[in-house]
Ligand binder design. Structure first.
Ligand SMILES: Nc1nc2c(ncn2[C@@H]2O[C@H](COP(=O)(O)OP(=O)(O)OP(=O)(O)O)[C@@H](O)[C@H]2O)c(=O)[nH]1
Ligand SMILES: [Mg+2]
Length: 301
């Protein structure tokens, strides 16, 4: 562990920050090691304001475009914001690298570029549990005084949903209605939403979809999250969304679902990071152990 590098990162050096985050991503340093080095035992004050906000939704709904506008507004208000863009190089999203299709232009703005930090996470390279790597990166960014961390993640697939569940708040971005109502496949993600943004309001079907979403939330249990309409492209509704999102409160409705995802993520880490994993996989492959036995061994029973 490079102690000087960590101290420089915490002191505001961006190159050291990038390197430390890479080490966390590769598993060569853990957040526990960093905390014990600093004599810090997670004394983060739990305030009502969020420290991390996940922005999630299907590929192409306009998450990056919307985030670019939100970062600009929040930075101009004096916030320091880091963006962690997860899995932008996934084959599913057509291999569009961060900034490839939609550049985050907020960092080109001289007035605010020192208040914005952008980092992408290539999950395919990771051998550990991605959601918890993201959690550790958020922790380190907070330690380095990046008070607000925004996470962009595609909202399909278990690992991505779990990445979103790591954040203090979850915003689901949707597009205009495709005439198929609110799909069951999306219900799981919407269950986690503290707010929903229907983007591309310049296209037909957006307000209809916002109404459909409100109706389905009203049919469900608990409080109804804010549902907002934006056109990130034409910068319509974005100021209002920025205002609601920066002070977004935890919807009581999503708390249990979020803890379920976190519990599963921790369980996954236990398995993926077990020193016995390879050995157990080999035994399972040749049939010399049962799955029940393997689970018992991995959970240390
Ligand atoms: N008409 C319209 N197009 C938009 C709007 N917002 C974004 N787009 C376009 O939608 C496309 C996808 O935008 P992105 O911001 O890359 O979407 P994304 O959700 O980040 O996509 P992935 O990261 O690949 O999941 C781009 O061509 C944008 O220009 C909008 O409000 N209206
Ligand atoms: Mg994107």
């Amino acid at each position: 562990m490079d102690v000087d590098q960590i101290r420089m990162a915490l002191g505001g050096n961006r190159r050291s920050l990038a390197r430390t985050l890479t080490n966390i991503e590769n598993g060569t340093v853990t957040i526990q090691q960093i905390r014990s080095l600093l004599g810090d035992n997670d004394s983060t004050v739990k305030s009502k304001a969020w420290g991390s906000l996940a922005i999630t939704g299907a590929p192409g709904v306009g998450k990056s475009c919307l985030i670019d506008k939100l970062l600009k507004i929040w930075a101009l208000q004096g916030n320091k914001i880091a963006l962690l863009a997860i899995d932008p190089s996934s084959p599913r999203t057509g291999g569009a690298l961060l900034g490839d299709r939609v550049r985050i232009t907020a960092i080109d703005n001289e007035a605010i570029k020192n208040q914005i930090y952008i980092r992408s996470i290539a999950t395919r390279k990771s051998s550990g549990s991605v959601p918890l790597i993201v959690a550790d990166m958020i922790d380190f960014l907070h330690m380095a005084k990046w008070d607000k961390v925004v996470i962009e993640t595609v909202g399909s697939g278990q690992s991505e949903v779990r990445c979103a569940a790591i954040a203090d708040r979850i915003v689901v971005v949707e597009g205009p209605a495709r005439g198929d109502g609110v799909q069951a496949e999306k219900a799981g993600l919407l269950e986690l939403a503290d707010a929903v943004v229907v983007n591309k309001s310049d296209l037909p079907g957006a307000s209809k979809h916002a109404e459909e979403l409100l109706e389905s939330f009203e049919l469900g249990l608990g409080d109804v999250p804010p549902v907002m309409l934006t056109s990130a492209l034409n910068e319509i509704g974005v100021d209002e969304a920025a205002k609601v999102l920066i002070q977004l409160v935890d919807s009581g409705r999503s708390v249990r679902a979020r803890w379920r995802e976190r519990l599963l993520a921790h369980n996954e880490r236990k398995i993926l990071e077990s020193p016995k994993l390879e050995e157990i996989l080999a035994s399972l492959a040749v049939g010399s152990t049962s799955i029940d036995e393997a689970v018992r061994t991995l959970s240390g029973e």
